[in-house]
Design a protein around this ligand. Structure first.
Ligand SMILES: *Cc1c(COP(=O)(O)O)cnc(C)c1O
Length: 380
């Protein structure tokens, strides 16, 4: 059993994929070929934004957004404590300071109360200027943007939506990557929509930011690549990856999103009396980048993971360590009491195999093993 089965996915679309790849190889437009433009048009339309700017990966996408807003030393950027390292790494990369914010234990997404607490603290300390809220759509579910927008407006801050895991998710008919002033995603192979290498994209409605982002991703180009009007990055999406994504996007929309939602419902139905199963917010649809359960304790979680492994069932811990405890951020001051939910989640969370090609037999095996283990350790 695979944690995320990319091989079966490839087998199911192999012929189309080879035609698409051969077309690029025959044309020889390896950099910024027409497939890149085609993909950008499709994705912008899908998420409902005017502009899509593809780039080399989801981390660059976040960094480019901060660069476009000229975020720099002295600026505070608020980032959930419970997320992948990139969401905060880019803040330090542009010279600004990440300020970590706790999350809700029900949705795993940024807590509005903790955010306000951290903003108030930064303002009263008077050393940093609050500029951006990075809202992560963790595990495939969009954050609480209605309330985030109220806070962003109150403090005159931008919202940067990190939808690396959220692409395909929906809230009240609005798709992930539509909620931020700028939104980003990643096409890393294991993400909801992945390519066969690294890739990323940025979305916005703002024509000026679009122009700056298009320049920044190609060495700060002006009229041409050899006319450089600002310091940028080399961060383009390969034409081959765009061709792959053009094929995969159609399947993603046609059936993959429905399939993962069915799998999630099946797991929840079988597991909800045993563990805390993931809650989907009202009006929301998750793209199920991860299906993450909560066990009663770290001991129980670690024991279950070992038991699953003995039975050849892969599982992952997203995330083992709160960002505020990462060595790379040792210079950022914190108090553990600010991050109670994140600390608890890191001890108790476990992500199960989840992908559109997961069979009922495999899910039954996962569920059977979990129940068997919990019966044993809970002495039922
Ligand atoms: C994967 C991920 C990223 C980074 O994407 P890459 O394409 O790997 O650079 C950023 N944020 C979150 C939340 C992610 O899960």
């Amino acid at each position: 059993m695979e944690f995320r089965d990319l091989k079966t996915q490839y087998e199911s679309m192999k012929d189309e994929m080879q035609i698409a790849l051969n077309k690029v190889l025959d044309a020889g437009n390896y950099i910024m070929g027409q497939e890149v433009r085609e993909l950008e048009t499709k994705l912008a339309h899908y998420v409902g934004k005017k502009y899509c700017i593809t780039c080399a990966n989801g981390t660059d996408a976040l960094q480019l957004a901060l660069m476009a807003w000229d975020i720099k030393e002295g600026d505070a950027v608020f980032v959930p404590d419970f997320t992948f390292f990139s969401s905060a790494e880019v803040v330090s990369l542009v010279g600004a300071t990440p300020v970590f914010v706790d999350v809700y234990k029900e949705t795993f997404n940024i807590s509005i109360e903790s955010l306000e607490e951290q903003i108030d603290r930064v303002v009263s300390e008077g050393k940093l200027t609050p500029k951006v809220i990075v809202a992560v759509d963790l595990f495939g579910q969009v954050a609480d943007y209605a309330r985030l927008r109220t806070i962003a407006d109150k403090y005159n801050m931008y919202i940067l939506e990190d939808a690396a895991q959220g692409f395909g998710g929906v809230l009240n008919g609005v798709r992930a990557c539509n909620f931020g002033d700028i939104s980003t995603t990643s096409f890393f192979p294991a993400k909801p929509l992945g390519c066969y290498g690294d890739g990323g994209a940025i979305f916005t409605d703002n024509p000026e930011w679009n122009e700056v982002l298009c320049s920044l991703r190609i060495h700060g180009k002006g009229k041409s690549k050899y006319d450089n009007i600002r310091i940028g990055l080399n961060s383009r999406l390969d034409t081959l990856q765009a061709a792959i994504l053009n094929v995969k996007f159609d399947k993603f929309v046609e059936y993959e999103l429905d399939k993962v939602d069915e799998c999630a419902k099946y797991y929840t139905e079988k597991l909800e009396n045993w563990v805390e199963t993931p809650k989907v917010i009202e009006g929301g649809i998750s793209s199920w980048a991860q299906y993450s359960i909560l066990l009663n304790s770290q001991e129980e979680r670690d024991g279950l993971q070992a038991f699953l492994k003995e039975n050849d069932i892969p599982s992952m811990i997203y995330y083992e360590k709160p960002l505020h405890n990462q060595l790379a951020f040792a210079h950022i001051p914190y108090e553990n009491k600010w991050y109670e939910n994140t600390i608890m989640l890191c001890q108790r969370v476990l992500s199960l195999p989840m992908h559109p090609y997961l069979s009922e037999a495999d899910m039954d095996k996962v569920v059977g093993c979990i129940v068997c283990y919990l019966e044993k350790v809970r002495k039922i």
